[in-house]
Design a protein around this ligand. Structure first.
Ligand SMILES: [Zn+2]
Length: 231
């Protein structure tokens, strides 16, 4: 059987050195998808390898925008990394802990260059999924909460679609992330927007997920009210 990963040589846009990135081979077999779009795959988890990290200077970013840097952003990262000795090597097979570390690095650099909030949202969401896989509930919740806030800001500030997400899909995701992190009123607000939107009906999958999540959020609110009465 072919190895599940292979390496490719890349040039770092910051230090201009060459380093190896690990990529997963072929298409992964999807087993299931969670209600916040987290995909579970049969063998290797491709989320482990989406962040590229230069082993020379430590610059890290998602594969989709690793080289996509403005001159100002390059300058900012170069200045930050100047005179720092970095000793990181995330080539080859990554453990979950290593994958988590690469996401933290990518989030650090994305914040340093004030990347669009949708990018930060995506990074926090995928980091949360790695925590979920490792059953680190507290950390998962912290990252989901940050992802929720970033998506909310992105919806106000950025042009749609956000990545591959339509307005209905982003609103649904904000609502679902709010529901998962115990922000029931916010969840009902965003999920209600999708459920009540005629255009969202044109996206049957999103619409039906929003309807299910809205019912669950409503049940959560009822329980919260009961609990408040009991106290
Ligand atoms: Zn570099």
């Amino acid at each position: 059987m072919a190895e599940p990963t292979y390496s490719v040589e890349k040039e770092c846009p910051i230090c201009k050195n060459k380093f190896d990135v690990t990529r997963t081979r072929g298409r992964q077999v999807l087993i299931k998808q969670d209600s916040d779009f987290c995909s579970h795959f049969q063998s290797i988890n491709p989320y482990y390898y989406t962040i590229w990290v230069c082993s020379h200077c430590g610059y890290a970013a998602p594969d989709t925008c690793f080289e996509e840097l403005t001159v100002a952003a390059q300058d900012k990262i170069s200045k930050f990394l100047a005179n720092r000795t970095v000793n990181v090597n995330y080539s080859g097979i990554r453990t979950r802990e290593q994958a988590i570390a690469t996401y933290k690095l990518a989030i650090f650099f994305a914040e340093l260059i004030a990347a669009p909030t949708s990018k930060l949202a995506d990074l926090q969401l995928k980091l949360a999924w790695l925590y979920r896989e490792g059953e680190h509930e507290e950390e998962e919740k912290t990252s989901l909460t940050k992802a929720c806030e970033h998506y909310e800001q992105a919806l106000f500030r950025e042009r749609l679609p956000i990545g591959t997400l339509s307005e209905a899909a982003v609103s649904y995701l904000i609502g679902e992330l709010a529901r998962r992190t115990g922000q029931t009123e916010k969840a009902l607000l965003y999920l209600g927007k999708v459920v009540g939107s005629p255009t969202a009906k044109l996206e049957p999958r999103v619409y039906s997920m929003a309807r299910d999540a809205w019912h669950e959020a409503k049940a959560d609110r009822d329980r919260e009210k009961e609990a408040a009465k009991a106290n």
